[in-house]
Ligand binder design. Sequence first.
Ligand code: HEC
Length: 128
Amino acid sequence: MGSMPMMGAARADTSAAPAPTATPAGAAGECPPVRQALVDSGRAVFSGAGSCFACHGPNAKGTALAPDLTDAQWLNVDGSYGSIAGLVRSGVPKPKEYSAPMPALGGAPLSGAQVCAVAAYVYSLVHR
Ligand code: HEC
């Protein structure tokens, strides 16, 4: 499993295929669109399984360990859904302003679906 090349074996019908125009969520790696239900489950991940609250604070307003995620000022991402999901996957090995790194997945064993959900939640904090 897991060795399906993304390019190459395109299945015919390229002519009228809707060109995937630079949709930032594409970089999120198959995250579903941001919807309220996803945001709600992401909030639960943020304050539960993801442990994000431990560093970013219960309302994502930031602590001495990690930045405010509600102020639309970003250090490592452009604020897009895709960039946020990507950051959650990779963590921040070299923080720009804070002293200790953010571990990949916040250090929690999050599933791909949980990563998408928590990214949708963080995205929703600024985009309402
Ligand atoms: C161990 C503390 C810690 C945990 C846990 C943690 N983070 Fe972070 N987070 C950080 C640090 C540190 C940064 C980078 C700050 C810097 O660059 O100076 C960061 C950056 C971010 C950013 C980018 C902010 C920006 O301005 O670029 C997002 C989004 C984010 N975290 C989301 C999350 C989510 C979602 C979780 C839970 C899955 C999480 N974090 C868990 C410490 C943490």
